[in-house]
Design a protein around this ligand. Structure first.
Ligand code: ARG
Ligand code: GLU
Length: 654
């Protein structure tokens, strides 16, 4: 059965070139897409992109930290990623005296590069289909629980074998297509990663939350690190005697530039998509989850901002937290709008009706109805769980009380007290008492007002602990298992639904949903129409930065040095960012954007907000990824960082 699934999927993918640029493809199977890629302009072979026999592009791409992508740009371990991916590390090295977030940081020689304990990067050594080995011993009458246990046992064995050598090898086994297929991924993980350079936030985060997820965009969203290794080029703990890592492959940099229509591809680690889900889930996201979470975060962000605007010290403390809360908050707004505007729920419902008609008399009969029923059961529970996460769990005092680490350096109690009042009230109001532990209700009744309750919580460690622990227990031990059980039942349906959809639409190419494994997306440089009567062209320039520049507005206040350079003249057309149709998602941040020859032309850092629904449905008309032009990176390194010596390490092609 697995075999049939696999070969059917591959044959279909090979026979039917995709109409649009949708898809995130597995590098090891890229030969299935290479024809289409070449037809669209690529001048590389499948082996150039992924090979286990020779150095290939995959050897220049890493999973950076726990959720970004980075790429090697020199033979001496120099690594490029986004500013927002390096942000928390830049922040950790910052203080009011040395504010690298504000002023930028440039190591002027190797001894000035800053170590980052805990930061790792992972190179993919190889990936392979292990479906048969993972399902060895599977019997049709097994429950999903038993199947999962079997999968885990078999996968653990495979991982153990794959990492025997040690030397930083790590392995994971990932389910694709809801467990219709399994892949083993073997990585080598390096753990001495040093900060080399970062522009000031007024460049690296130019536009801030105002421009985030938007076009026209002018964010210089990059930072530079260096991977260090032991004398043997293998992973090693930090040591002053470590040496720069010599990669099997590093990217050549193209300064030829981009124009509308150019072929591009993105190589990176997209985190999570749900392209094949039922309309009931889309409806829940659009009508319940997104709007409620947006409202809660609007409140939380308002409270943080109030204090951040009053004090530079608090701004440093909360900048990273603020950015991460604001990021999803804004994405959800674009997603909700996109789902509504493009009528995705009715589109999916119509599809499900056609599917259900076709499925009559097959083993797929009744699947869509069953999914609808399961969502009806799951959604209220899931909503409560999301509420708990977004409200009481966002209070740092309660996090500390239940044993999670909160860095005291980045903690400012007045903000947290206000968040407690707002979030605990919201939680209490939104959910019935049956979704609250007894201890919560007892404390609520004991204090006359939320203000008194707050004072008591912040004065009495024991009380805080009782509240936090009771909430965690209630949600993790009571609710989470119920949600998980329904989730498993849903997953089981999707395993069949996935196969059903492939049989139902034999003319369509299917790719597995993103799961932070390495993927290739390809498309072309392209503008788009965000709304009636507006056409966005795909390239932004330094001129646009100067147009936005305003010392009164925090997000648009550029460094004086940049104003001076511009005033000298000749830089009006300096390219900054560009748009393309590559299908990307969170985790693709920092991914190399490559041209037809496989040379670096930019780094991915965002999508346009009208198209963020692409995590659920990709629309070639409006889904665009946003990349930073590599020529702007070079310009900033030289003109603002005065770190020209770094350019000597890089290899340029035009
Ligand atoms: N939207 C981009 C991403 O999802 C950039 C996020 C960081 N920037 C920010 N302004 N919060 O990661
Ligand atoms: N900025 C995102 C990231 O951190 C990429 C944007 C997206 O979601 O596509 O990966």
């Amino acid at each position: 059965m697995k075999k049939t699934f696999l070969s059917a999927a591959l044959i279909l993918a090979a026979l039917h070139p995709l109409k649009a640029d949708e898809g995130m493809w597995l590098p090891a199977l890229i030969s299935e897409r290479i024809g289409d890629m070449q037809a669209k302009g690529l001048r590389l072979s499948a082996e150039d992109i992924y090979s286990v026999n020779q150095a290939s592009l995959k050897d220049a791409v890493v999973l950076f930290g726990s959720g970004c992508t980075g790429e090697l740009i020199s033979g001496e371990g120099l690594l490029l990623t986004n500013h927002h991916c390096g942000y928390s590390y830049i922040q950790k090295h910052s203080s009011v005296e040395h504010d690298y977030l504000k002023d930028g940081f440039w190591a002027m020689n190797r001894s000035q590069e800053l170590p980052n304990p805990g930061l790792t990067v992972r190179f993919l050594e190889r990936m392979e289909d292990v479906t048969d080995a993972v399902l060895k011993g599977y019997k049709a009458k097994m429950t999903e629980e038993q199947r999962l246990a079997l999968v885990k046992k078999n996968a653990d064995k495979l991982k153990e074998q794959a990492t025997k050598e040690g030397n930083g090898l790590k392995a994971s086994v990932e389910a694709l297509y809801y467990g219709n297929q399994y892949f083993l991924f073997v990585f080598r993980e390096y753990r001495d990663i040093r900060l080399v350079g970062a522009p000031p936030s007024s460049i690296g985060k130019f536009g801030g939350e105002t421009d985030n997820w938007m076009w026209p965009r002018h964010t210089g969203d990059f930072s530079i690190f260096r991977i260090y290794a032991g004398e043997d080029n293998l992973p090693a703990d930090y040591s002053a005697s470590n040496v720069p890592y010599q990669p099997k492959k590093s990217l050549k940099i193209s300064r030829a530039g981009v124009k509308e229509g150019d072929f591009t591809f993105v190589y990176g680690c997209p985190g999570s998509t749900q392209e094949y889900v039922h309309s009931e889930l889309v409806k829940y996201i659009q009508d319940v989850s997104d709007p409620e979470k947006i409202a809660l975060r609007t409140t939380r962000l308002g409270l943080m901002k109030k204090y951040m605007d009053q004090s530079q010290a608090v701004r440093i403390q909360y900048s990273s937290k603020f950015a991460s809360v604001a990021n999803a908050w804004k994405k959800w707004q674009g997603e909700e709008k996109g789902l509504r505007k493009n009528r995705i729920v009715p589109v999916k419902q119509a599809y499900e009706e056609r599917f259900a008609d076709w499925a009559q008399g097959t083993r797929y009969e009744g699947l869509t109805e069953r999914l609808a029923q399961l969502y009806a059961a799951r959604n209220p529970l899931y909503r409560a769980y999301e509420y708990y996460n977004e409200t009481v769990r966002s209070v740092e005092k309660l996090q500390m009380a239940s044993g999670r680490r909160v860095d005291p350096k980045d903690y400012y109690q007045p903000i947290d007290e206000e968040i407690f009042v707002a979030m605990v009230s919201a939680f209490d109001k939104a959910l019935e008492d049956s979704y609250k532990p007894e201890e919560f209700i007892r404390q609520r009744e004991r204090f006359g007002s939320i203000g008194e309750w707050k004072d008591a919580i912040f004065a009495d460690e024991e009380l805080a602990k009782e509240l936090a622990v009771s909430l965690d227990k209630f949600y993790n031990q009571n609710l989470a298992p119920q949600v998980r059980e329904l989730g498993q039942a849903i997953n089981l349906c999707y395993r069949d639904y996935m196969q059903g959809q492939m049989e139902f639409e034999p003319g369509k190419s299917f790719y597995p949903d993103a799961n932070l494994t390495l993927r290739v997306a390809y498309g072309k440089v392209a503008g788009y129409r965000p709304t009636d009567a507006i056409w966005y062209t795909p390239v932004s320039t330094l001129r646009g930065i100067i147009e936005k520049d305003n010392p009164e507005i925090f997000d648009y206040n550029i460094p004086q040095a940049l104003r001076d350079i511009y005033a000298r003249g000749g830089y009006e057309e300096q390219p900054v960012c560009f748009l393309a149709t590559n299908h990307t998602t969170g985790g693709n941040s920092g991914s190399p954007v490559l041209n037809a020859e496989g040379n670096l032309i930019g780094i991915n850092f965002d999508r346009v907000w009208e198209g963020t629904m692409s995590d659920l449905i990709y629309d070639p008309e409006i889904c665009r990824n946003v990349s930073l032009d590599v020529r702007y990176i070079l310009f900033i390194i030289k003109e603002i960082g005065h770190a020209d010596y770094l350019l000597n390490e890089m290899e340029f092609v035009d």
